[in-house]
Write a protein that binds this ligand. Structure first.
Ligand code: NI
Length: 403
């Protein structure tokens, strides 16, 4: 086993994870999951709060009144029909834990148990956040609006990752996940006879020009060492082959790892829409629906996360990223907009893994990640609290010196 955790705790985590796996629930519908997690935490003597319909928060008192350290797990599943053939595969047709959030929830319960069994209270209060609706990119924001970051000085979390050996922790400064924005472009031209184009404003031609021009933003305007993507996934127009379409609607997604690149992509799409509108005398409206911001680890809490991994699992298990950041989104980024923290990858590679990716019907993880993840979460909560408590003493001393 990669972390020194009592076998009975490992068994409890596996049992919990498999129960959640068998009964997956979609974003904002995590009622059974929430009830199950509440009963696990109450068994440990923790009081739970439910700031939203689903998801929960529990607090472990600290030895000081330093700011709280939050540790977070997401708990929702995906609309995917499971095809793993596992004995504990989903009982719910069309719904599956295909991203490992079942493991995240079980690890956080395991971390709570480790923290509660320590002979001394942690240096600062610890808040356990079991967050719903990560897959929709909205859960973190709703939890923040409900006040779960009140009094929090640092936050940590992690995601299982089949690209890294089980028991390793990847904690790095810099971008970890991309921003995810949606956009919709509505083109209004002038419908008419396909044989008399001069009497029309062709929305298909204007739209096609936008599709091609948008592809040059990433290839010709953005520094190639700063990854970004603009994809148009839908292009709807026209009613008949002999009618020039008067309207068209295009929609797509924008991904970037850095806020400045993200802003550049938004500006460029807007500029292209405006220019094509002038060129073709069409009315073109652009709507950008902002999703999660880029997830960027920075500041001293990254070092705290690495130190905790080294303490809990051994220095050889602390890794740097061998692959680039993930162009998928992760709504943990909303927390990092508010407070310092660090989001890590938790290696969970199965020995015989054929490599089915997350969000696929055959996705599987190595359950030996559970003790490793729980040990890291518990340790980072303690180390983070120590950092915050020491920082508070420093602040007080500095204030004392100033007065
Ligand atoms: Ni996920």
């Amino acid at each position: 086993m990669v972390a020194s955790i009592h076998p009975s705790l490992f068994d409890r985590m596996v049992k919990l994870r498999r129960d959640l796996h068998r009964h997956p629930e979609l974003s904002r519908e995590e009622h059974r999951t929430t009830d199950r997690l509440v009963s696990e935490l109450e068994r440990l003597g923790l009081e739970c709060q439910r700031p939203l319909d689903t998801g929960l928060v529990a607090e472990i008192p600290g030895a000081s009144d330093a700011p709280t350290v939050a540790i977070r797990a997401d708990i929702d599943a995906l609309p995917i029909h499971e095809e793993t053939g596992l004995p504990y595969a989903s009982d719910v047709p069309g719904v599956m834990h295909a991203c490992g959030h079942d493991a995240h929830a079980a690890m956080l319960v395991g971390a709570a148990e480790l923290l509660m069994s320590r002979p001394e209270p942690p240096p600062a209060p610890i808040r356990l956040i079991f967050q719903p609706a990560e897959e929709l990119g909205i859960g973190a924001r709703s939890m923040i609006e409900a006040g779960v970051l009140d009094g929090v000085g640092a936050i940590f979390g992690g995601h299982v990752d089949r690209h890294y050996p089980t028991g390793t922790v990847v904690a790095v400064s810099g971008p970890v996940n991309a921003s995810t924005d949606g956009f919709r472009i509505s083109i209004s031209g002038q419908q008419g006879h396909a044989a008399r184009p001069h009497e029309t404003v062709d929305a298909v031609v204007a739209g096609s020009l936008i599709v091609m021009a948008v592809q040059t933003i990433v290839s010709r305007e953005i520094d190639p060492t700063h990854p970004s993507v603009v994809s148009i996934g839908r292009f709807e127009a026209g009613t008949a082959s002999n009618v020039i379409a008067g309207t068209a609607v295009l929609s797509g997604t924008i991904r970037a790892q850095e806020p400045a690149v993200r802003a550049h992509l938004h500006r460029s799409i807007s500029r292209i829409c405006e220019s094509v509108g002038q060129l073709h005398e069409a009315d073109i409206q652009l709507e950008i629906e902002e999703g999660t911001p880029p997830l960027v680890n920075q500041g001293p809490m990254v070092e705290v996360a690495r130190r905790a991994a080294s303490e809990a699992l051994g220095p050889e298990r602390v890794r740097t990223m061998v692959r680039g950041a993930n162009m998928g989104g992760e709504d943990f980024s909303w927390y990092l907009q508010e407070v310092p923290g660090c989001y890590v990858r938790l290696g969970a590679r199965l020995a015989d893994s054929a490599g089915y990716p997350a969000h696929s019907s055959r996705f599987q993880i190595d359950e030996a990640v559970l003790p490793a993840g729980a040990a890291w979460l518990a340790e980072v909560a303690v180390q983070g609290g120590r950092e915050l408590a020491t920082g508070m003493v420093d602040d007080l001393e500095a204030a004392g010196r100033a007065s």
